[in-house]
Design a protein around this ligand. Structure first.
Ligand SMILES: Cc1cc2nc3c(=O)[nH]c(=O)nc-3n(C[C@H](O)[C@H](O)[C@H](O)COP(=O)(O)O)c2cc1C
Length: 405
């Protein structure tokens, strides 16, 4: 098959490793070739012979085995060959141990070394005992991997091999295959595009030390910037005051106030084919900004507010052929309020997300609705902001193709 892609399948040492034989079959049925790597611990749960018989390829188990699985290469550095030849790296099941190694960038076995040598999309399907899954160390490792763009196929809830019932059970094989397909399909689909992303809150100064702001952490915007860059776009990230690290390859412009963000957006909008306005821009600012710190002894200051520049509306006024994506954080009537904002602001896509609950501002997760100007509506169940970023960009790309048609 000419366009057959290769899945580098890492199998690690959990009970669910026995499911990897079925997984190989399912990946093949979806049109992929599979090259498997088993950790030493994985070989205790399933034999390399079983997997080799199914994949038709030699299974790699040892970093220091001096033969490449591809006999034509005769390479002593198989982890580099294998990483270069794969289109996606899938680890299923992924142990708590391997998640920790990936998060830290360790490279003390074949799989973790190939992970560092690999540049393509990473899909992880963790499986473990509930306490291991919920341990703060595992949560932090997953958060770090998500920030770098890894796709996590969340484990399900059910009976576990240890006899307990809880979360940590390997996701359904169909869901893992879907995640691999989606990771492969999105590879490079923003090459030659420039994506302008705004992220974070703004701060509106009262005096040199005090300001009005909001709870935005910038995570959603940074996840969008990261995902757009991973898909090959040039990314200009206009960031309010946040503590997020700059995603690899993004051009970051730091701003503080709505007025500064407005200026930066208008300055760079002309370069962008997509403008994704994920920042939580303050709607109001103090009319007067005191030059020196307001003193308590002078009594309560009279606060008079004025509107800040409407960045989304200004971007819409200069929209041209680009796709404009806005965000609506709503506490109630998500769809109606989101649609109203979509129309009044003149966007192509509105991401309406509920705030005030467990997801949204300052949370690892997000949920909501994608409301497109062509009438399409997608409901998004709670998911990581990295996954949500992928869904938003998929929809923005669909709208751009529609505009170009
Ligand atoms: C019977 C048994 C079952 C295990 N199941 C799991 C599991 O489901 N998930 C997990 O993260 N670790 C599990 N472990 C622990 C891992 O095997 C152990 O952390 C090992 O070092 C993982 O190595 P690897 O990440 O190189 O494959 C299990 C261990 C044993 C002995």
């Amino acid at each position: 098959m000419g366009d057959q892609r290769t899945v580098l399948l890492g199998v690690t040492g959990g009970i669910a490793a026995y499911k990897s034989a079925e997984l190989v079959r399912a990946l093949q049925a979806d049109g992929h070739a599979v090259q498997a790597v088993l950790t030493k611990a994985a070989t205790k749960f399933i034999t390399p012979l079983t997997i080799a018989s199914l994949t038709g390829n030699k299974v790699i188990t040892d970093l220091f085995d001096d033969s490449s699985p591809d006999e034509t290469l005769h390479s002593a550095i198989a982890h580099i060959d294998v990483a270069q030849r794969a289109d996606v790296l899938l680890v299923a099941p992924a142990t708590a141990d391997m998640l920790a190694k990936f998060a830290l960038g360790l490279a003390d076995d074949f799989l973790s070394t190939a992970h560092l040598a690999f540049r393509g999309p990473l899909v992880l399907a963790p499986a473990m005992n509930t306490n291991m899954w919920e341990h703060p160390a595992t949560r932090e490792n997953l958060a770090a991997l998500r920030t770098r763009g890894a796709r996590i196929v969340e484990p399900g809830v059910g009976e576990l091999a240890c006899g307990t019932v809880g979360s940590g059970r390997l996701a359904e094989l169909d869901d893992i295959v879907d995640a691999v397909r989606s990771a492969l399909n999105s590879e490079g689909d923003l090459r030659d595009e420039c994506v302008l992303v705004t992220a974070g809150p703004t701060r509106e100064a009262l005096d040199p030390v005090r300001y009005i702001s909001n709870r935005s952490s910038g995570r959603m915007g940074f996840a969008l910037a990261n995902e757009a860059a991973r898909r090959g776009a040039r990314v200009i990230l206009v960031a309010g005051p946040v503590t997020q690290p700059t995603p690899p390859g993004c051009e970051r412009i730091d701003v503080e106030s709505a007025a500064e963000m407005h200026r930066a957006v208008l300055q760079h909008l002309g370069e962008a084919s997509f403008a994704v306005m994920a920042a939580a821009v303050a709607d109001y600012r103090p009319e007067q900004q005191a030059a020196s710190k307001l003193k308590k002894r002078d009594g309560l200051p009279k606060l008079s507010l004025e509107e800040t520049p409407d960045i989304l509306q200004s971007a819409a006024a200069h929209k041209g052929g680009r796709v404009l994506v806005g965000f609506a954080a709503e506490t109630d009537d998500l769809e109606a309020n989101g649609r109203r904002k979509l129309q009044s602001k003149g966007c192509d896509l509105m991401v309406a997300n509920p705030v005030g609950g467990a997801t949204g501002f300052d949370s690892e997760l997000n949920q909501g609705m994608l409301l497109a100007a062509d009438g399409s509506t997608q409901r998004l169940a709670p998911m990581s902001k990295a996954e949500m970023a992928g869904r938003i960009l998929d929809e923005a790309i669909r709208l751009r193709k529609r505009m170009a048609a």
